[in-house]
Design a protein around this ligand. Structure first.
Ligand code: MN
Length: 230
Protein backbone atom coordinates (compact mmCIF):
# COMPACT_ATOMS: atom_id res chain seq x y z
CA UNK A 1 0.00 0.00 0.00
CA UNK A 2 1.16 3.53 -0.62
CA UNK A 3 0.44 6.61 1.46
CA UNK A 4 -2.44 8.73 0.17
CA UNK A 5 -0.18 11.75 0.58
CA UNK A 6 3.48 12.13 1.57
CA UNK A 7 3.94 11.70 5.34
CA UNK A 8 5.55 14.55 7.27
CA UNK A 9 9.28 14.20 7.86
CA UNK A 10 9.94 12.68 11.30
CA UNK A 11 10.80 15.17 14.05
CA UNK A 12 14.48 15.06 14.98
CA UNK A 13 17.17 16.75 17.06
CA UNK A 14 20.73 17.28 15.76
CA UNK A 15 23.46 15.56 17.77
CA UNK A 16 26.52 17.54 18.86
CA UNK A 17 29.29 16.28 16.57
CA UNK A 18 26.95 15.06 13.85
CA UNK A 19 23.91 12.94 13.11
CA UNK A 20 20.21 13.30 13.81
CA UNK A 21 18.35 11.83 16.80
CA UNK A 22 14.87 10.77 15.61
CA UNK A 23 12.31 12.05 18.11
CA UNK A 24 9.46 9.75 19.14
CA UNK A 25 7.44 11.24 22.03
CA UNK A 26 7.99 14.21 24.33
CA UNK A 27 7.18 13.58 27.98
CA UNK A 28 7.34 16.44 30.50
CA UNK A 29 7.53 16.35 34.29
CA UNK A 30 5.44 18.89 36.19
CA UNK A 31 6.52 20.54 39.47
CA UNK A 32 9.79 18.66 39.89
CA UNK A 33 11.58 21.42 41.87
CA UNK A 34 10.23 22.43 45.30
CA UNK A 35 10.62 26.20 44.84
CA UNK A 36 8.91 26.12 41.45
CA UNK A 37 6.00 24.10 42.88
CA UNK A 38 5.73 26.75 45.59
CA UNK A 39 5.76 29.67 43.13
CA UNK A 40 2.87 27.92 41.33
CA UNK A 41 0.88 27.83 44.57
CA UNK A 42 1.67 24.31 45.82
CA UNK A 43 3.68 23.07 48.81
CA UNK A 44 6.39 21.19 46.90
CA UNK A 45 5.60 18.06 48.92
CA UNK A 46 3.21 16.67 46.30
CA UNK A 47 4.68 14.06 43.92
CA UNK A 48 5.58 15.37 40.44
CA UNK A 49 3.46 14.21 37.47
CA UNK A 50 3.59 13.93 33.67
CA UNK A 51 2.12 15.62 30.62
CA UNK A 52 3.10 15.47 26.94
CA UNK A 53 3.90 17.62 23.93
CA UNK A 54 3.81 16.50 20.28
CA UNK A 55 7.25 15.72 18.80
CA UNK A 56 6.68 18.28 16.04
CA UNK A 57 6.64 21.04 18.70
CA UNK A 58 10.45 20.73 18.80
CA UNK A 59 12.48 23.70 17.56
CA UNK A 60 16.12 22.55 17.32
CA UNK A 61 18.67 25.36 17.69
CA UNK A 62 22.29 24.88 16.58
CA UNK A 63 25.09 25.46 19.08
CA UNK A 64 26.27 29.09 19.08
CA UNK A 65 23.25 30.27 17.09
CA UNK A 66 20.13 32.14 18.15
CA UNK A 67 16.99 30.27 17.17
CA UNK A 68 13.55 31.84 16.95
CA UNK A 69 9.97 31.04 17.85
CA UNK A 70 6.87 32.96 16.85
CA UNK A 71 4.87 34.49 19.70
CA UNK A 72 2.01 31.97 19.88
CA UNK A 73 -1.66 32.72 19.29
CA UNK A 74 -4.38 33.01 21.98
CA UNK A 75 -2.04 34.05 24.83
CA UNK A 76 -0.95 37.25 26.54
CA UNK A 77 1.32 35.44 29.02
CA UNK A 78 3.97 33.28 27.32
CA UNK A 79 6.29 31.80 29.99
CA UNK A 80 9.81 30.34 29.80
CA UNK A 81 10.67 27.11 31.65
CA UNK A 82 14.31 26.02 31.31
CA UNK A 83 14.72 22.23 31.64
CA UNK A 84 17.22 19.40 31.40
CA UNK A 85 16.11 17.07 28.59
CA UNK A 86 16.89 13.35 28.75
CA UNK A 87 16.93 11.37 25.49
CA UNK A 88 16.02 7.68 25.57
CA UNK A 89 18.08 5.32 23.41
CA UNK A 90 16.79 1.95 24.62
CA UNK A 91 13.11 1.49 25.36
CA UNK A 92 11.42 -0.58 28.01
CA UNK A 93 8.66 -0.86 30.59
CA UNK A 94 8.82 -1.04 34.38
CA UNK A 95 12.46 0.06 34.36
CA UNK A 96 13.87 0.16 37.91
CA UNK A 97 15.74 3.34 38.82
CA UNK A 98 18.91 1.31 39.33
CA UNK A 99 18.84 0.25 35.63
CA UNK A 100 17.57 3.55 34.21
CA UNK A 101 21.00 4.86 33.15
CA UNK A 102 21.31 1.99 30.62
CA UNK A 103 18.30 3.43 28.75
CA UNK A 104 19.66 6.98 28.42
CA UNK A 105 21.16 8.02 25.06
CA UNK A 106 22.05 11.60 25.92
CA UNK A 107 21.01 15.02 27.18
CA UNK A 108 20.07 18.46 25.91
CA UNK A 109 19.02 21.89 27.15
CA UNK A 110 15.33 22.54 26.48
CA UNK A 111 12.57 25.09 26.99
CA UNK A 112 9.05 24.02 28.01
CA UNK A 113 7.30 27.13 26.65
CA UNK A 114 3.92 27.64 28.29
CA UNK A 115 0.82 29.71 27.52
CA UNK A 116 0.39 30.34 31.25
CA UNK A 117 -2.95 32.13 31.00
CA UNK A 118 -4.51 29.27 29.04
CA UNK A 119 -2.93 26.65 31.31
CA UNK A 120 -4.32 28.51 34.36
CA UNK A 121 -7.80 28.60 32.87
CA UNK A 122 -7.67 24.85 32.13
CA UNK A 123 -6.48 24.12 35.70
CA UNK A 124 -9.36 26.16 37.10
CA UNK A 125 -11.87 24.27 34.97
CA UNK A 126 -10.26 20.85 35.53
CA UNK A 127 -9.59 20.49 31.79
CA UNK A 128 -6.54 19.10 29.93
CA UNK A 129 -3.42 21.27 29.70
CA UNK A 130 -2.80 20.67 25.97
CA UNK A 131 -3.70 24.20 24.87
CA UNK A 132 -1.36 25.68 27.47
CA UNK A 133 1.57 23.33 26.97
CA UNK A 134 1.43 21.35 23.72
CA UNK A 135 1.25 24.12 21.12
CA UNK A 136 3.39 24.62 17.99
CA UNK A 137 7.04 25.58 18.62
CA UNK A 138 6.61 25.02 22.36
CA UNK A 139 9.77 22.91 22.73
CA UNK A 140 13.00 24.68 21.66
CA UNK A 141 15.98 22.37 22.20
CA UNK A 142 19.79 22.48 21.93
CA UNK A 143 21.81 19.80 20.12
CA UNK A 144 21.86 16.48 21.99
CA UNK A 145 25.05 15.45 23.76
CA UNK A 146 25.71 11.68 23.90
CA UNK A 147 25.71 10.34 27.46
CA UNK A 148 29.38 9.36 27.46
CA UNK A 149 30.43 12.90 26.53
CA UNK A 150 28.00 14.75 28.84
CA UNK A 151 29.55 13.82 32.16
CA UNK A 152 27.70 13.85 35.47
CA UNK A 153 24.35 15.64 35.27
CA UNK A 154 23.12 14.71 38.75
CA UNK A 155 24.23 18.16 39.84
CA UNK A 156 25.19 21.48 38.27
CA UNK A 157 23.72 24.89 37.61
CA UNK A 158 20.60 25.35 35.46
CA UNK A 159 19.81 28.97 34.57
CA UNK A 160 17.75 31.11 32.23
CA UNK A 161 18.35 34.75 31.36
CA UNK A 162 16.11 37.05 29.30
CA UNK A 163 17.96 39.84 27.45
CA UNK A 164 20.95 39.15 29.69
CA UNK A 165 18.99 39.38 32.97
CA UNK A 166 18.95 36.26 35.14
CA UNK A 167 15.38 34.98 35.69
CA UNK A 168 15.66 31.29 36.64
CA UNK A 169 18.38 29.70 38.71
CA UNK A 170 18.56 26.24 40.23
CA UNK A 171 20.68 23.14 40.51
CA UNK A 172 20.04 19.74 38.95
CA UNK A 173 20.60 18.20 42.40
CA UNK A 174 17.31 19.85 43.49
CA UNK A 175 15.13 17.65 41.24
CA UNK A 176 12.42 16.02 43.41
CA UNK A 177 12.42 12.96 41.14
CA UNK A 178 15.97 12.59 39.81
CA UNK A 179 16.50 11.37 36.24
CA UNK A 180 16.62 7.68 37.20
CA UNK A 181 13.45 8.00 39.28
CA UNK A 182 11.69 9.84 36.44
CA UNK A 183 12.47 6.94 34.08
CA UNK A 184 11.23 4.45 36.68
CA UNK A 185 7.93 6.32 37.19
CA UNK A 186 7.41 7.11 33.50
CA UNK A 187 8.05 3.52 32.35
CA UNK A 188 5.31 2.28 34.68
CA UNK A 189 2.78 4.42 32.87
CA UNK A 190 4.01 4.14 29.25
CA UNK A 191 6.34 1.80 27.37
CA UNK A 192 9.41 3.91 26.68
CA UNK A 193 10.79 3.80 23.14
CA UNK A 194 14.05 4.84 21.48
CA UNK A 195 13.65 8.49 20.51
CA UNK A 196 11.58 9.52 23.51
CA UNK A 197 12.57 12.86 25.05
CA UNK A 198 11.86 13.73 28.66
CA UNK A 199 11.70 17.35 29.84
CA UNK A 200 12.56 16.95 33.51
CA UNK A 201 10.96 20.05 35.06
CA UNK A 202 11.92 23.66 35.69
CA UNK A 203 13.44 25.51 38.66
CA UNK A 204 11.86 28.60 40.21
CA UNK A 205 11.73 31.96 38.48
CA UNK A 206 9.40 31.27 35.55
CA UNK A 207 8.00 34.40 33.94
CA UNK A 208 6.77 36.08 30.78
CA UNK A 209 8.69 36.85 27.60
CA UNK A 210 7.68 39.39 24.99
CA UNK A 211 8.28 39.73 21.26
CA UNK A 212 11.83 40.89 20.56
CA UNK A 213 13.29 39.37 23.72
CA UNK A 214 16.01 36.69 23.69
CA UNK A 215 16.10 33.78 26.14
CA UNK A 216 19.40 32.13 27.02
CA UNK A 217 19.19 28.82 28.84
CA UNK A 218 22.28 27.17 30.26
CA UNK A 219 22.99 23.85 31.96
CA UNK A 220 26.53 23.09 33.15
CA UNK A 221 28.16 20.70 30.67
CA UNK A 222 25.55 21.08 27.89
CA UNK A 223 25.20 23.45 24.92
CA UNK A 224 23.64 26.83 25.73
CA UNK A 225 20.20 27.34 24.17
CA UNK A 226 19.51 30.83 22.80
CA UNK A 227 16.05 31.60 21.39
CA UNK A 228 14.47 34.87 20.26
CA UNK A 229 10.72 35.49 20.40
CA UNK A 230 9.52 37.16 17.20
MN1 MN B 1 7.91 22.42 32.60
Amino acid sequence: MTYVFAPAAPASVPVQGGGLFPAHRIYCVGRNYVEHAQEMGFTGREPPFFFMKPADALVPVAEGETGAIDYPSLTANLHHEIELVVAIGTGGRDIPAARAAEHIWGYATGLDMTRRDLQGEMKKQGRPWCIGKAFDQSAPISPLVPKARAGDLSKGAITLAVNGQLRQKGDLSELIWNVNEIIEQLSRAWVLAPGDLIFTGTPAGVGAVARGEVMEGAIAGLPTLRVAVR
